[in-house]
Design a binder for this molecule. Sequence first.
Ligand code: NAP
Ligand code: MG
Length: 501
Amino acid sequence: MADLLTLDEYRAIAAALDLPQNAFIDGTFRPAVSGKTFETVNPATGTVLTHVAACGAEDVDLAVSKARESFDDGRWSRLHPGERKDVLIRLCKLMTRNARELAVMESLDSGKTIYDCETVDIPEAIHVIKWHAELIDKIYDQVAPASDNHIAMVVREPVGVVGLVLPWNFPLLMLAWKIGPALAAGCSVVVKPAAETTLTALRLAELAHDAGLPRGVLNVVTGSGAGVGEPLGRHPDVDMVSFTGSTVTGRRFLHYSADSNLKEVVLELGGKNPCIVMDDAENLDAVAAHVVNGAFWNMGENCSAASRLIVHRDIKDALIERVKAHARGWIVGDPLDPQVRVGALVSKAHFEKVSGYLVTCKAETVLMGGAVVAEGFIEPTIVEAGRTSALATEEIFGPILTVIHVTSFDEAIAVANATDYGLAASIFTANGKRALRGARALRAGTVTVNSFGEGDITTPFGGYKQSGFGGRDNSIHAHDQYTQLKTIWLDLTDHADDSAD
Ligand code: NAP
Ligand code: MG
């Protein structure tokens, strides 16, 4: 882990940053064909950081054609896996060398705390790409059990040109989750970062170029969802789209695919994730630390945020006291201050959306917080709300924890499952059988027991129900998204004797 600097030192680095502005296509930075730009703002201060290329369909066409060219001529897709590994490992080294710059850039662009950028986002992004890189030359294909006269091979091939459409909450890390396996598999990619957070994706593309990634293999097209995301989703020459974002937008990609070329679509979507704490949970103080981390980490702008605390009535008050004590230690403020744990929400629009839920809180029982600290900043808030309240059902994506009490384990599971989402869930109980029964009964892609978390790079991540579609990120299973299976059937029958007759 990096040694953290002081606020003044981070400010000095921020002031000296050279911010990228142009899209990255075919190995070079280019303005939008239209010449248009949009402002990218530091949400902590409201100041304009720089102006970024506002690309459109014509830029998407160019990026896709360059990606296609690079895929078809095999400069990456048919490179020896060991050589692909070497390039990606070199990229990881360059990212490590530039980690501090990436962390400050990410914090400025998104409002995320420098603490998280330095300790999680950037090191994890490097770790994820390295993990997939090291995997490339250790994966074997299969030979099927055919007759003695045949050999049937089942081989994996890269799916082709891939569109990667990203959210703003973990800009570089989500990019790493997708380019790690996509590039490892040999695909060529066109990335559309969230308009709010384009800077680290552009910088990464430059580092990848410096690491020796051939031109055209990794393109970054900046712009809006309508201007870039939709043309990418509808493009007839894109073979697959991997998307992370809201369920509303994710659904559109299925339409785009159906209306165009039936491209593969993988969706990682939202969540309203339950955290169940039963009356036999051990060490409520340790549980409280997990609850606070689950709810308030990354300002609650986390698809797997544990935003519903489903707690047994008998321990509710004792647990809430401890949760409040831990939450008081989460300082709200300047994201560049290394002491701060709760930074700025990503944009004015998102801040206003989350502030609206604070108004909804007033009709319920606010147990802690409930106020705006300053424009862009909301304090950690805990509210006890009815089960049908918007606070208990809608994904808020802000630092608001909703408490619901129950009187039995079966009731806890039923409440936890009473949602259209199914991304993640946690159970705290000392009863091992109950924990396992619960883990099976919860309809979620990841269930953690006696902790909050998402697993790690070795475990698949994705959602049940309306939290996901078509595949998983992370682990070796992520490669399934970016590869397709081919059967090669060889007939070994010796016909030499036949012709001799
Ligand atoms: P979003 O609005 O769905 O945006 C995601 C991406 O889609 C952005 O790049 C966005 O572009 C683009 N987009 C927007 N409208 C589009 C359209 N009509 N056609 C094509 N592309 C379009 O989500 P967000 O607000 O960035 O992120 C927050 C959401 O992501 C939350 O709901 C959260 O739960 C979810 N999330 C899920 C996971 C997961 O792994 N399951 C991880 C992180 C976040 P713009 O930048 O122009 O808006
Ligand atoms: Mg920004």
